[in-house]
Design a protein around this ligand. Structure first.
Ligand code: ISE
Length: 336
């Protein structure tokens, strides 16, 4: 029988996951939706025939309507959903970030370690992108020599007025804080933020683009251009600099056109399409892991905690802190 997933939050990502589970994922159905906004709840119900609407995750659990929980609310609402779900011993896929800060992430780790094994997977979907996986394999192979630098770009066409300065770190660079240590096999040791000339097209309350510099514990240096007003489209790309060569991922691969004396390649305009295959693989592998009893197959809550530490350093650096160290921690055996 299919895994019964309760989806909490039916905004942009929640709605996308509901469609994905209903149409493309094998072995699972959306059985419950928790969404306070009536319009979104109705749209979600239409997309997931047979699902029931609940006012809270507690109600869905009490009704025995869910075998697993997918959390797609904003980060500050994650902990109140994770706690009752963990207490009910339900497997969880939690969209990024795990929680908004490291203190709350630590509380989650303590609670989860009362269970027999990790139950929480964090939705860092870039780890499921084919090109990211190929780059990670290349780095691990050692064939091009040692990795020295990663040059990353993370560009969004524009952001809504609700997007705040701290979200440059907590909502956007949060992805690099997960994927870079995973690629390079080493935690983030320090973070610094530089401010190039401001884009006059940015929302008035934002000072961006920013350049985020990271040093990893293994000595690799990383720069991230974080740019949320690039206008033309959505772009996430990385260049790796090795002792004996270079590697590049994330180049445009869409429709090629020759017209009016010009050559062009279609590029993405949103993360929803750019990472659609990665989201599909992430959810399918999570469903398979829950169904076969291994419960997670991807970044765990400890990874989410490490990212929270890096984000805290990143926000300090953003607010004028210079080079901000990230505490070094030991991964508990529970999260090996
Ligand atoms: C958004 O929340 C995401 O997670 C996207 O992957 C990222 O590119 C974007 O900057 C964030 O706002």
């Amino acid at each position: 029988t299919d895994l019964r997933i309760g989806v909490v939050g039916a905004g942009l990502m929640g709605a996308d996951h509901i469609t994905r589970i209903t149409r493309r994922i094998n072995g699972a159905v959306v059985s419950a939706v928790v969404e306070p906004d009536a319009g979104r709840a109705a749209a979600a119900a239409a997309d997931a025939p047979g699902s029931q609407a609940f006012a809270s995750i507690e109600d869905a659990i009490a009704a025995d309507a869910v075998d697993a929980v997918l959390i797609a609310t904003p980060g500050k609402f994650h902990e109140p959903v994770i706690v009752p779900s963990l207490e009910a011993k339900l497997p969880i896929l939690c969209e990024k970030p795990l929680t908004p800060d490291s203190a709350s992430a630590l509380r989650i780790l303590e609670l989860e370690q009362k269970l027999d094994r990790p139950h929480i997977q964090v939705g860092f979907m870039r780890r499921f992108d084919d090109e990211y996986q190929a780059l990670r394999d290349l780095i691990a192979s050692g064939e091009p020599g040692e990795l020295m630098m990663l040059r990353c770009v993370h560009r969004n066409p524009s952001v809504p007025d609700s997007y705040t300065q701290q979200m440059l770190i907590n909502d956007s660079v949060v992805h690099e804080f997960d994927v870079v240590p995973w690629l390079a096999g080493s935690p983030v040791a320090s973070v610094e933020v530089k401010f190039p000339r401001r884009n006059s097209l940015s929302p008035a309350h934002l000072r961006e683009p920013i350049l985020v510099l990271m040093q990893l514990e293994n000595g690799v240096h990383v720069d991230v251009e974080m740019n949320v007003s690039v206008q033309f489209g959505y772009q996430v790309a990385t260049e790796a600099v090795f002792e004996k060569g270079l590697a590049r991922i994330g180049q445009p691969s869409g429709l090629q056109q020759w017209r009016d004396g010009r050559f062009s390649i279609a590029d993405h305009t949103s993360f929803v399409t750019r990472f659609a295959p990665a989201y599909d693989a992430q959810i399918q592998r999570w469903v398979d892991a829950v169904n076969d009893g291994s419960l997670i197959d991807g970044p765990n809550a400890y990874d989410g905690y490490r990212v929270a530490l890096a984000c805290e350093a990143g926000v300090k650096a953003l607010e004028g802190g210079g080079v901000v160290p990230v505490e070094s921690t030991a991964r508990p055996a529970f999260y090996a």
